[in-house]
Design a protein around this ligand. Structure first.
Ligand code: ATP
Length: 420
């Protein structure tokens, strides 16, 4: 337990040691807290987000630390005593230890400086409420005991998800989504009281009190999870997905589609951003009305809006796509839509359609005919709509394998000119 900090990247250890040495110069104490401590205990890889709790004045400490690290402060909220420092690959958050009071459910809390023990108590789950004080000598971190007043270690050992007080989900319903992510990622089960609180919070409709932006942030974090599908499955089991995205349900069809995406037999996954494909696959079965409501409720990035609009049109094409007799026909149908949307269609399609859509994405979509506009002009085609039409037909004939090289293409053009 004492050696936990020594599992951190040595360069990060050096930075933390420097912060520990500077803290007493402004009468502050610095603690490593939250997810990093949890993940150190679980021997999981540590990401780039590092959280430090500061007993003392962050507004004084942050500039000193940033300068000593050769990093820079990217965000700062002096009234809240928080600052974010970017240094090397890390994003290090410094936050003054505080208590929180929620005058009304689901709004941002009023905060007040407080000792670390109270700061840990305001956190979401016991496994996220552990800390290690940072102390250093001669530029090296010293081994320090884990501070675990709320029983996080025991809960981790028992794979237990446990809220810290009984108003927690009412105060901040985003903890419901955080809980589903954590439980799914770390294979945790809510203890009896927490399970009851989750059920009660959902029954009371607390999620509806959150602004769409806050829910959306959590949904994006879900999509960025190693296994977003597992989070959706668990959220549905808790009865939560229906409140977040009406129409989204964990079904065998969805599971099968996501499994197809994981297996990625045709090497399509790398062609589009994973989060876009995942979002599309999850939303694929929602009705047009449900999708319209989803678009109305959340202020989604344009890329996702386009994706959803494309999917609404694409899934209507299933019969036409199945009937398409040649690559050029398929190309004509799919050409107006974005690659991520067609990738979603690929994974959502039945087995016989998948190879053709995959070939479209991997080869046909970007296929150029052997001749371009200049070549056509050199062959005597006058610039204008006819040239565009010939190029189009040339590409279709190339797609269908009727033209395989430049010589055949030239001959084809001459023939067209002779016929016209
Ligand atoms: P992850 O691995 O998902 O990034 P994390 O625990 O590091 O997990 P952060 O969102 O970076 O997640 O939060 C850092 C810490 O802040 C948490 O570990 C938890 O102690 C606390 N925290 C974050 N969000 C909340 C919240 N909504 N309510 C209470 N405490 C929170």
């Amino acid at each position: 337990m004492h050696n936990l900090l020594f599992r951190l990247d040595p360069a990060l250890q050096q930075l933390l040691a420097r912060a520990a040495e500077l803290a007493p110069t402004v009468n502050a104490t610095v603690w490593l807290v939250g997810g990093v401590v949890r993940d150190l205990l679980l021997e999981l890889p540590i990401g780039r987000d590092i959280d430090l709790a500061v007993e003392g004045d962050v507004n004084q400490l942050a500039p000193l630390v940033a300068e000593a690290w050769g990093g820079h402060i990217t965000a700062r909220h002096p009234p809240f005593g928080t600052a974010t420092i970017v240094v090397d690959q890390w994003l290090i958050d410094l936050a003054q230890t505080r208590t929180e009071r929620y005058p009304r459910p689901a709004i941002l809390p009023e905060v007040q400086p407080a000792p670390l023990a109270l700061d840990l108590y305001r956190r979401d789950y016991s496994i996220n409420a552990m800390a290690i004080r940072l102390a250093a000598r001669d530029g090296q971190l010293l081994p320090m005991p884990l501070f675990d007043p709320l029983g996080g270690v025991a809960d981790l050992a028992a794979r237990r998800l446990r809220l810290l007080h009984d108003q927690s989900l009412r105060d901040d319903p985003t903890r419901l989504l955080r809980g589903a992510r954590l439980a799914s990622r770390l294979d945790l089960t809510p203890d009896r009281a927490t399970a009851a609180q989750i059920a009660a919070a959902l029954a009371a409709g607390y999620l509806a009190l959150l602004t769409p932006e806050r829910i959306q942030t959590e949904l994006c974090l879900t999509l960025a999870e190693p296994d977003p599908a597992a989070v959706v499955a668990l959220s549905d089991q808790w009865g939560m997905t229906e409140q977040l995205i009406p129409g989204l349900r964990w079904t065998p069809a969805l599971a099968e589609r996501l499994a197809r995406y994981r297996n990625d037999e045709y090497g399509i996954a790398a062609l589009a951003p994973a989060e876009m494909v995942m979002a599309g696959l999850l939303l694929y079965d929602l009705s047009d009305d449900e999708l319209a409501m989803f678009l109305q409720r959340y202020h989604l990035p344009t890329t996702i809006r386009h994706l959803i609009n494309d999917l609404v049109s694409l899934r209507r094409l299933t019969a036409a796509l199945t009937a398409a007799a040649s690559p050029s026909e398929l190309d004509k149908l799919l050409q107006p839509y974005s690659v991520p949307a067609i990738a979603v269609l690929h994974f959502a399609s039945n087995a016989p359609m998948q190879p053709a859509i995959a070939r479209y994405l991997r080869e046909w979509r970007s296929l150029r005919p052997p001749l371009n506009g200049d070549d056509l002009r050199a062959l005597g085609v006058t610039p204008g709509p006819r040239l565009g039409q010939l190029l189009h037909e040339l590409r279709a004939a190339t797609l269908d394998g009727l033209i395989t090289d430049r010589a055949a293409a030239e001959q084809w053009v001459r023939q067209q000119l002779a016929n016209s």
